[in-house]
Write a new protein. Sequence first.
Lengths: 47, 135
Amino acid sequence: MSDQTWSIIVGFAVVVGLRLLDWVLPKGYIWTKVRDWSIKDEDEDEK
Amino acid sequence: MAQKRERRGYELKALFWGRPIRPFHLAVFISTGAVGITNLDGAGTVLSGATSYVVGGVASISAILLITGWWFKKDVFAEWGLLLAAGMWASRATFAFLSHAHNEWFTIAISFAWFVGAAGAYLLERYDHVISDRE
């Protein structure tokens, strides 16, 4: 396949892939590892 | 009485013509619109021939969706505009990479950067809808 054909395929795959990613990501959940790895912002509490 | 709309994280505090200002969406509109304009005649700076028409068409549709989404306050238009922009920029980066286009590293880097930005903005738009539905 030519370079042009590949570029069209990649563009289409990106659109489909992003829709799929959005569909797969669980709704209403947060990634708990972020909580494990983050530090509480003390300044925010004082505001 | 109209319900007050909560400002999202990627919007500026000010309004322009009663509409929220989303700087990154505006940037995507300008860059994607430029690609659309330069490719619609079949001879862009990187692409040419049939691919140029396809990419130019998609870029133009994306830009139109972004500006009409902002004007008519339709978030679904902005979502699709960003999604198509991400696909268009990925396509352009792929072609530049495969065809060893003139000044290829710069073209690839810029196209890939816009792809990452547009894809991320699309996912942020979708995530915002999830938050709104949950609340």
